[in-house]
Design a protein around this ligand. Structure first.
Ligand code: PEP
Length: 252
């Protein structure tokens, strides 16, 4: 059975104090739940990772980084390596978020290198991709998503996929209040599973967790998560409020 995941991407929000408070609240809420086959992950900023990771340890909440450099160390001002993340207890990293692609020029080729580094360090990758509005309007969304997945991940051997989680995030739905309809999400998730099956195998495709992200909220999560190829969500804005995040976890 595929693992389900609700992951909160806190982006550039919450200082150390606010991050500690939020993870504490989330952990308290999650502790009381009988989560079957479901993981809960939060991704704070780099400066809060160590403390949040300490607070989360011993609770069901896991902690991810929002980004990582592909080199081991060296003259890369402002960057963070896999070793550094692991040294503070973080073994999950979000890569390819549309904000990294758009504002920081991260390309498919760069992301493929980051994926390789993360996997070489035995980290798990939440790999994000998704089309912009013009792509969808011009009916290019399937091609765009296919090429992002192909260029970022299809060089991997099948066995590496046990550490890959996919996150389909239509860029037009991120932080906009616009959500893909449950049918649009299902259609794309089924397409993603098919291209992974064609490249690798039906078994591998059936096992891979595919998250939806883009203005997922307590009010729409249940319907989106009810679709058979949607295995949870990558949540931005709504993950900053413990009650909303809890409601989204409950929706799964
Ligand atoms: C995200 O940035 O991953 C995201 C899904 O954001 P939001 O939920 O705010 O649209």
């Amino acid at each position: 059975m595929r693992t389900k995941i609700v992951a909160g991407n806190w982006k550039m929000n919450n200082d150390l104090d606010a991050s500690k408070k939020l993870v504490k609240k989330v952990a308290k809420k999650v502790k009381g739940k009988k989560l079957k086959n479901t993981r809960v992950i939060v991704a704070p900023t780099f400066v809060s990772l160590e403390r949040v990771s300490k607070k989360a340890s011993g609770t069901p909440v896991e902690v991810a980084a929002q980004n990582m450099h592909f080199e081991k160390s060296g003259a890369f001002t402002g960057e963070i390596s896999a070793d550094m993340l692991k040294s503070v207890g973080v073994e999950i990293v979000i890569l390819g978020h549309s904000e990294r692609r758009e504002y920081f020029g991260e390309t498919d080729a760069l992301l493929a290198k980051k994926v390789d580094t993360a996997l070489a360090n035995k980290m798990e990758v939440i790999f994000c991709f998704g089309e912009v509005l013009e792509d969808r309007k011009s009916d290019k969304h399937f091609d765009v998503v296919e090429s992002q997945i192909k260029n970022g991940l299809f060089h991997l051997e099948a066995k590496a996929w046990k550490n890959i989680v996919l996150a389909y995030e239509p860029v037009w739905a991120i932080g906009t209040g616009e959500t893909a309809s449950p049918e649009q999400a299902q259609e794309m998730h089924a397409f993603i599973r098919k291209i992974v099956a064609d490249k690798y195998s039906a078994e591998l495709a059936d096992d891979v967790t595919i998250l939806y992200g883009g203005s997922c909220k307590p009010g729409n999560a249940k319907e989106i998560f009810s679709k058979k190829d949607v295995d949870g969500g990558l949540i931005g804005g709504a993950a900053l409020n413990a009650d909303d995040f809890e409601a989204i976890i409950d929706a799964i």
